[in-house]
Design a protein. Sequence first.
Length: 185
Amino acid sequence: TALHQVADLAQGFKTGADKVFVVEFFKAKDRVSIVKSQETGHTHEVETSALRTLVKSEHMKAFEVRSSQLRLIFPYVRDSAKWRLLTPAEMQSRFPKLWKGYLVPLKSALAKREKGRWDGETFYKYSRAQNFEPLSQPKIMNPDICERPQMCWDATGECVFSGGAAGGVAIVPNRGVNPFLLLGI
């Protein structure tokens, strides 16, 4: 049996601006997190619910997902079975600290990605809206570049990763397929 017959395969997210969207988590209190941005070099307060745990290849070890202080700003929501970008009004309402205190001041940096392709009111969307569903599922993860397999199990679907260098690939077992059997193989 081929792997694609028992599981879906997916690569990581493509934000087009990891220096903006990938932040370092310091602490959380009362639904607000303190994060440091590589783009600004400063700490910012953002709503914790706008963040997802980001793992890189260094966090994916054989049979173990190591703790990561990295977070991914995630301006998307799942409506029914479909993912969509939150509107500017929804961003302002749900995540006012993230919106006004972080994303809006970085609008010009985000808008000029790919020669201005993302200029406009949805300047904060990822350059490629892909694989939101498989990466939100329980999955086997492996770094996309590694000397030997480093398969590990994300039982909750909470961990996400980027595509490209230091990112990963996901193997999402079909219903009824034992993930630990796949992990062992």
